[in-house]
Design a protein around this ligand. Structure first.
Ligand code: NDP
Length: 433
């Protein structure tokens, strides 16, 4: 904490992992201590921070701060998204980069951990302003990344439009047509399923967990927070699996549609018009819109937090439980506060941590890297079936690690242990670097 002041989210992410690793470390204490594995793992390879100046539509120069944290390359080139949101700071990017190491290890694909972003708010900006910002951001970032060095992708506030502008500028600066970013448009190296992959992956692993607990998603009532990329495609797949999603949200409020959310309407608002979730009522006047927080007060069987970190509090999970919710699966990164997670585990609510359950996005990003280096495009079906296979495999790894260490059903500990063992092995074999 003294070494990393003012970074509470980073402390939270590290504490959760280190607490889980106690039994692994105890089994082989001498080796882990001698190699200083934990000390090296919690210190990023490098943190890059830079000025991003750009000109707004009024001709005024604006200045934002950009980041790239290259956390660990133990098992492959750095890989992780870029987040554009006013709340971005070094601690947030470090927490995300740290989590990414373990998530990427669980996919079984050769990718290390990194994350980046800027305190830029794309909301309300014109396309030209977003392009100016992305180009300026890349003017610095390009010297730190590369198809075999570090491959960024999207995250909050960075979707297909932003990745396109970033990629165009990278190409202009380097002259290289390479798979340096994932989430690209389908006409210039993007992969089918990438857009849907985090949300679909969340549903695949949730269904696998439910199947292992003698139930399925079919007929269940689900509440999904957020209405961005992850929330939208989690809702889509959940509906295809026969579940009823009754609520979604944005940072202003939430909609409740007891008949089941009409996703075509949500997509039109969010993906086409870039509007707000309350506009849902313009087309579906029978639904309700509530300003502010409170989405977790809606009774449901399964809760899928898909917006942002620490959005699900102890109070919220107590309400969810009282209303009969039996499973919570994280689509966002660290959406559940630490005390809420403790309550969930103590009360035997089924719980999948984000580093396992939202790994579908980075999985498909890695499959995009594979396609780019082979210079081929895979079909939707092939990519989707690889994604499903990997999500099912992640469930198998985290549940067997939990069983092996005597905490069957605790997928938080299972995910941390299964991922850590892979990364620590790779670090040990590569010597002290
Ligand atoms: P988007 O920008 O597409 O959507 C984010 C959604 O969450 C929006 O509805 C947004 O509302 C809401 N939101 C964001 N910040 C806040 C906040 N501070 N308070 C309340 N609501 C908020 O992002 P994604 O869907 O891509 O990402 C959502 C989560 O999933 C993040 O935690 C991200 O790290 C994680 N994730 C994403 C992956 C991906 O492939 N995209 C992969 C793995 C994890 P509003 O529009 O009002 O801001």
């Amino acid at each position: 904490i003294e070494k990393n002041p003012g970074e509470p989210e980073f402390h939270q992410a590290v504490r959760e992992v280190l607490d889980s690793l106690r039994p692994v470390i105890e089994r082989d204490e001498e080796k882990y201590r001698r190699d200083a594995i934990l000390e090296r793992l919690t210190e990023p390879d490098r943190v890059i921070s830079f000025r991003v100046p750009w000109i707004d539509d009024k001709g005024q120069v604006q200045v934002n701060r950009g980041y790239r944290v290259q956390f660990s390359s133990a098992i492959g080139p750095y890989k992780g998204g870029l987040r554009f949101h006013p709340s971005v700071n070094q601690g947030i990017v470090k927490f995300l980069g740290f989590e990414q190491i373990f998530k990427n290890a669980l996919t079984g694909l050769p990718i290390g951990g990194g994350k980046g972003g800027a305190d830029f708010d794309p909301k309300g900006k014109s396309d030209r302003e977003v392009m100016a910002f992305c180009q300026s951001f890349m003017n610095e970032l390009y010297r730190h990344i590369g198809a075999n060095i570090d491959v960024p992708a999207g995250d909050i506030g960075v979707g297909g439009r932003e990745v396109g502008y970033l990629y165009g500028q990278y190409k202009r600066l380097t002259g290289l047509y390479e798979g340096v970013l994932t989430g690209k448009g389908l006409t210039f190296g993007g992969s089918l399923v990438r857009k849907e992959s985090t949300g679909y992956g969340l549903i695949y692993i949730t269904e696998e967990m439910l199947r292992n607990h003698d139930t399925t998603m079919s007929g269940k009532t689900i509440v999904v927070s957020g209405s961005g990329n992850v929330a939208t495609y989690a809702t889509e797949r959940a509906q295809q699996f026969g579940a009823k999603v009754v609520a979604m949200s944005d940072s202003n409020g939430y909609i409740y549609d007891p008949k089941g959310i009409r996703l075509d309407v949500v997509k039109k608002i969010k993906e086409v018009r870039r509007g707000r979730i309350k506009e849902y009522l313009d087309e579906i006047p029978t639904a309700q819109y509530v300003e502010g927080k409170g989405i977790w007060n809606i009774p449901c069987d399964i809760a899928l937090p898909c917006a942002t970190q620490n959005e699900l509090t102890l109070e919220d999970v107590k309400t969810l439980k009282a209303n009969g919710c039996f499973a919570i699966c994280e689509g966002a990164n660290m959406p559940t506060t630490q005390d809420a997670t403790d309550f969930i585990l103590e009360n035997e609510i089924l719980f999948l941590p984000g580093k396992a359950s939202n790994a579908g996005g980075v999985t498909t990003s890695a499959l995009e890297m594979t396609q780019n280096s082979e210079r081929v495009y895979w079909s939707f079906e092939k990519t989707d079936s690889r994604l499903k296979e990997i999500m099912v495999n992640i469930y198998a790894q985290i549940s067997s690690a939990a069983k092996e260490y005597g905490v069957e059903g605790n997928y938080v500990i299972g995910a941390n242990i299964a991922a850590f063992k892979k990364v620590a092995d790779a670090m040990h074999s590569q010597g002290i670097v």
